[in-house]
Each structure stands twice: as C-alpha cells, then as structure tokens.
Design a protein. Structure first.
Length: 116
C-alpha cells in the first residue's frame, strides 16, 4: 500500500521556523523525484520545492528561496522541508508528492499557520 504521510505542521509566529517531514512507504522511494506543494484557502495549489531522486538537484519557488530547504534520505524513505523566517503568506496546507515517469502519489497534507 502506497503511503505518503506528512508531519511537522503547526502554528508558528512570523519569523519562526518549522520542519516538515514526509514518510514514504509502498513504493521504490529512491526512484521518485519528490515535491512539496502548498495550498492556501481560496488559492490554487502551488509548487514550493522539488528534489531529484538522487537528491543532487533542488529547485524552489521564488517566494521561498533562501528561506526553505528541501532534503531527502533515501535510506529512511523520507523527504523534509526546513522552513525559516516564516511569513503569514506561507500559511497553507503543505503536501508532499512523489513523481516518476509512470505515476505520482500525494500525501494528505499538513497545516502550517503563521500568525502572531
């Protein structure tokens, strides 16, 4: 059974930090590129960060460059998103996604709220 389970969301003050994790099971994790998306209320889901299957290459949305870092551990079948200097506009449900040439899988999401 394929599963992507996100964790680490919560309420944080502006300027604070959070680390999101996504645990994968049921598929060959090391063969998949991994992505973090987010969706704020009333907005479309947007790509936040991506990492190749080997972890060699990463990409970020302009809005999070320099503040967020994506990383993966293929041995542990996990991908993380370290978020610093959080802003109210980062408030959203964050989803991880696994993508190969044949298919893709989504997690259920974790809520991140940035508010004072």
């Amino acid at each position: 059974q394929v599963q992507l389970v996100e964790s680490g969301g919560g309420l944080v003050q502006p300027g604070g930090s959070l680390r999101l994790s996504c645990a994968a099971s049921g598929f060959t994790f090391s063969s998949y590129a991994m992505y973090w998306y987010r969706q704020a209320p009333g907005k479309e889901r947007e790509l936040v960060a991506s990492i190749t299957s080997t972890g060699r290459n990463t990409n970020y949305a302009d809005s999070v460059k320099g503040r967020f870092t994506i990383a993966r551990d293929n041995a542990k079948k996990m991908v993380s998103l370290q978020m610093h200097n959080l802003k109210p506009e980062d408030t959203a449900v964050y989803y991880c996604k696994a993508l190969s040439s044949l298919t893709n899988y989504w997690g259920q999401g974790t809520q991140v709220t940035v508010s004072s």
